[in-house]
Design a protein around this ligand. Structure first.
Ligand code: SF4
Length: 173
């Protein structure tokens, strides 16, 4: 395991630290609420959007008060398992370990142009899930190869195109 991998797991396995870190990165006054944190880990799109809403108090409030957060309250009573962290949350964690930096405009444009020409870019299949979040995205279509909102995923440096159509600027040596 690489050093960064160890640091990543250490960051993830401390539940209080995950909540505190998410609160800090989302621009909250303290640790993120447990249910919100749990949802951010299980629902990648929600986690991304919460962090992207950092500078928008109105949108941040909408996400924090989303009634669907209640569905995560019971699960949030316990720290997430390693298996959960190892699957849905992995990309979110990588991004966190990298300080939640966003891609520069030129690199983003190159990625997004590729998505726009890609047959995998489709309308979101589950409008109920995505409707509450589209307020933050200019384009709410998803990548059918991975299920992410492509316009937002493309802005995350540590994310990659599942079909290898994007360059990975921060993964090159
Ligand atoms: S992430 Fe890759 S596969 Fe998905 S829509 Fe964009 S270019 Fe296509």
């Amino acid at each position: 395991m690489t050093t960064s991998g160890i640091e990543e797991l250490g960051w993830l396995e401390d539940w209080d630290e995950v909540r505190a870190r998410l609160g800090e990165l989302a621009g909250l006054d303290g640790p993120a609420p447990a249910a919100v944190t749990r949802r951010a880990l299980e629902d990648r799109a929600f986690g991304f959007y919460l962090l992207f809403a950092r500078e928008s108090p109105t949108l941040k409030k909408a996400l924090l008060e989303d009634p669907r957060n209640a569905a995560y309250e019971r699960a949030a009573e316990k720290a997430p398992t390693t298996s959960l962290l190892g699957t849905a949350a992995k990309a979110f964690a990588r991004w966190g370990a990298a300080g939640f930096k966003r891609l520069d405009a030129a690199a983003y444009d190159a990625r997004w142009r590729t998505c726009l020409a890609c047959p995998e870019l489709v309308e979101a299949p589950d409008r109920l899930v995505y409707n509450g979040l589209t307020i933050l995205a200019d384009d709410s279509r998803v990548c059918s190869a991975c299920g992410c909102v492509a316009a937002k995923k493309a802005a995350v440096p540590t994310e990659g195109c599942p079909l290898g159509k994007w360059p990975h600027p921060e993964q090159r040596d």
